[in-house]
Design a protein around this ligand. Structure first.
Ligand code: ADP
Length: 195
């Protein structure tokens, strides 16, 4: 099974992707996590991505598409399927993904938008940063109010147009991302188990 979770920063994609993995074995593919790992490892991709991510902008499509194309070719993903979190983030990325899927003869089983109020996102990201500090971890360089504002504008301008791209093709489903975490999980399970 191959899934996409769509929605703004802080809508809960990562949390739900982890739960979908537990329940269905699908591999969460978070381009944000992959890019942060590349930055930490100092790879070529990481060098290209670092400053862009810190500024809350999008890493170029060809870089991100390359990262995903490589990852979906690996055996665990081939066997267990994936849940994409943070990709696609532009219509060009969505089109590249469609091409990748066609080439492999795979399909996207569910494309699911997590609907949330923008107002809630600031509080959620703030909470994530505070919890990370409390657990002794390092706060993400882009998890601050100023950069989050930019990320939300970038989401509105560059990522939201993906929704009509999929909706026009009758491929978009949605859940209420404002519901408690367990309820969101139940809504997602309802979608993926209906086939
Ligand atoms: P969030 O969902 O909280 O915005 P992510 O961890 O998904 O954060 O992404 C962090 C940053 O990584 C983004 O702001 C962007 O700079 C970069 N990034 C992640 N995925 C993509 C993508 N598909 N295309 C371009 N840039 C990306």
């Amino acid at each position: 099974m191959n899934l996409i979770l769509l929605g703004p920063p802080g809508c809960g994609k990562g949390t739900q992707a982890a739960r979908l993995k537990e329940k269905y074995g699908v591999i969460p593919l978070s381009t944000g996590d992959m890019l942060r790992a590349a930055v930490a490892a100092g790879t070529d991709v990481g060098k290209k991505a670092k400053a862009i991510m810190e500024a809350g902008q999008l890493v170029p499509d060809d870089v991100v598409v390359g990262v995903i194309a490589e990852r979906i070719g690996q055996p665990d993903v081939q066997k267990q399927g994936f849940v994409l979190d943070g990709f696609p983030r532009t219509v060009a990325q969505a089109k590249s993904l469609d091409q990748m899927m066609e080439k492999r003869g795979w399909k996207l089983d569910h494309i699911i938008e997590m609907k949330v109020d923008e107002q809630a996102l600031f509080a959620r990201i703030d909470k994530r940063a505070r919890e990370t500090v409390a657990a002794g971890g390092a706060v993400r360089a882009d998890d601050n109010a100023e950069t989050l504002k930019k990320r939300i504008v970038v989401y509105r301008e560059q990522t939201q147009p993906i929704l009509p791209y999929y909706a026009k093709a009758g491929r978009l489903e949605s859940v209420d991302g404002m519901a408690p975490i367990d309820d969101v999980t139940k809504q997602l399970e309802g979608i993926v188990t209906k086939g």
